[in-house]
Design a protein around this ligand. Sequence first.
Ligand SMILES: [Fe+2]
Ligand SMILES: [Fe+2]
Length: 262
Amino acid sequence: MLTIAHLSDLHFGRLQAGVVQRLSGDLQQVAPDLTVISGDLTQHGRRREFCAARHFINGLPGAWLSVPGNHDLPRINLLERFTEPFARYRRLIGPDLCPVWRHDEAVVVGVNTARSFGPHWNWAHGRISRGQVRHVAEVMASASPHQTRIVVAHHPFVAPEIRPDLRLVGGRKAATEQFARCGVDVILSGHFHVGYAAPVTHEAAPDGHVLLAIQASTATSSRVRGDGNAYNLLTFDGPRIDLQIRRWRDGRFEPGPMRRIR
Ligand SMILES: [Fe+2]
Ligand SMILES: [Fe+2]
């Protein structure tokens, strides 16, 4: 059995009062095998925000894996944004923007979908490149059949039911088809600050393989969008995946019901 705490959109620099300390305590109690942070660790990509995020990460129990989000790029200093967009993230969080974590029961691959600019006005949009998809496929090719295959990316692959109009990660069609072919089971993302789980529709379903997208709300930020602060606790046991949402309520993270999602 393997447990993963899936946190997203911490946004150090714009925190909900009192939440970070309680979250650290809750994670100590839950003691997951791995804590995943699916991007937007900071609000403006400032040094002091990254230092605070790093301090939080240092207090995590066990292993952790993180990818950058669109907010982790320098927002004010455009020269820095274009010349070395991930320098601060690399220095203060981790040098690897596409980290891999291996465990007897799972292989987890992070993908950096944040971009410093794009051919549109909103640079918050994300993209997955063909090279990144190839990298995921190469890592997954070395996984054994009984290992759960997990991808972590900040930008979502599936929209929430209530907002089907929201823009998803660019390049997702080719990516999800390749993910399905190489047996990816789950994609963990954030960005919308809304938590939900849904199957990803794709055209490559070799044996009816279901690729699940699991979104986490913002764990600690005051930028809640109707969903409140929460994080996901995932339990992987053979082919079974259970999801529990732990919501911030009355000054603590309250465990919700355990839901079997596969
Ligand atoms: Fe965010
Ligand atoms: Fe974001």
